[in-house]
Design a protein around this ligand. Sequence first.
Ligand SMILES: [Zn+2]
Length: 677
Amino acid sequence: MKKIYYFLPLALFLATANITDASAQTNGKGLDMANLDKKANPGKDFFRFATGGWADANPIPDEYSRYGSFDKLRENNQIQIKELITELGKTQHIQGSNGQKIGTLYTLGMDSVKLNKDGAAPIKSQLSKIAAIKTIDDVIRVSGEINRYASSPFFALYVSADDKNSSMNILHLYQDGLGMGTRDYYVEQDAHSRELRDGYMTLMTKQFIHAGYREMDARVAATAVMKIETALAESHYTKEKARIPEENYHKYTFEQLNSLTSNFNWTKFFAANGVSGIKELNVSQPEPIAAAVKLMQTSPIEDIKAYLAWKVINSASSYLSDDFVNTRFDFYGKQMSGSKVIQPRWKRAVSTIDGALGEEVGQMYVKKYFPAKAKERMVGLVKNLQVSLGERINGLEWMSKTTKAKAQDKLNNFIVKIGYPDKWRDTSGLKIENDSYWANIVRASEFEYNYNFSKLGKPVDKSEWHMSPQTVNAYYNPTSNEICFPAGILQPPFFYMEGDDAINYGAIGVVIGHEMTHGFDDQGRKFDKNGNMTDWWTAEDAAKFDKRAQVMVDFFDNIIVIDDLHANGKYTLGENIADHGGLQVAFNALMKTKEGKANKEIDGFTAQQRFFLAYANLWAGNVRDTEIVRLTKVDVHSLGKWRVNAALPHIDSWYKAFNITEKEPLFINKENRVSIW
Ligand SMILES: [Zn+2]
């Protein structure tokens, strides 16, 4: 919901993360030539040429729907975190210490005997409260409680920066409330979506039965939930529209909010959610929020009770007995993503701890695994990339001096975060106890909720991190004009501590350039150097930008990812522009280094060639067909194969490096290539 742009798709609990073999990591010095398939033609399928060896040597393990080089890195991080936890187990920890919290939560997650003996007992009191609902006031009160520890019923509310006054935090309402995540699965008529709807009905019915409903009642409840979620989905903005910043910003006074709905007691609603004295807020999508309120007011009370119960059961199902866990996996893991078997228990427990106790784990992680030298080298790389982007902006023939000056100003005002935060959050208020796994997840979620809402009406703390240090990812945050590279991504194949410039600029250099370019993609360009949504472009430059971006949209719309399914050029535009800009800026930066200029061969490839090989190796991997379909519907990033085969043919220096001519299938005429940053 927060407008933060990530380099990689976020790790999905059931869809990613796993398999053992930490030793298979690269050595930190250079590219493994065995990753290539030298028999392939780079001008026909560069992805295969650069990563075919890796793909053949790493078939998808059963627990994965996609397995690529960064999944392997994420898995390696899991193993490291497990090692930390094992070490913790060797000593006693005082109550309330990080060691006690991590140890207790891990023990509960691993205790299959207790989990299976407890069954649905840990959610019993929450379901009883829902069962006792009689009036709309009860609905409002209980929904407010659920919102703090489970996925949001009807719509979400959270606190973050005001897009047009980015130094202050305000309340946002955002469309939400769908158990299948995206509206498309509810409204589209293709076979895949229809099958998912059937599967979702089966999932709900089974879980209601596990929670103690009689079979007949479970079916009735599942039907009621489907009815409410479908109505919500029909009202939601499309995913393409939800990407457009100005279409999702509607600053309302409390009076305007009141006139959006009729007879809805917002004061009571906010009080139930722990908020009072709201004078203004951002109603991100007014029509869907109004529709959600109307559903709360007009749906039969028994339907609403089923819907609220489902929010609790579905949110808890990963932390209860095996019947809940496996049924959840059958839908979200198997049917939706194509994974074959569920992850082993220890990996699921590690993921949970990583999510619930991210800061606690992070402190130990960086102490053990993140060398100070890595941060130094990154600081230098970021600086060089910044200079390089500045040069490219200066050299743009299509942009006016006025807009260029503002763009440079924005670039010079980037906040850069590397490794881990200077100060850690105070998490001493979070208690982890021995009662049940789920009870602790509830406490951790409520702790996060209260922390988030404690910021309401206060200035934004721009030093705060929006990712834990052990995360294998990076982000750009437009409202703070900030780029962030956590310790977790500063490892091969992204970052080679002992590696030469060519591969570091091709890998982490492009990641840095990618995040910087997000400040200037179709969304980011609408925010100024202070993170305020203002139009700092001349009308003429904005029109030129849109025209150039449209070339990218059309190119990706034409790509067939599987069967007759096309890539979504509009939805993936921001990420594709960021990849494009990242490649241009990083290559330009490499060419300023001694190594880039000398262009000497190592392992049979020139420095410029190894730049592109290192980039392609970020995306080495295999994906199941089901997951290709799912990602194309829900991920703003293009598939790895196309982040290579559709990105590189728009880069002039790639043609030169590999001597690609117009005879090759990947060749694009120069006048048809994307040219933005
Ligand atoms: Zn990105």
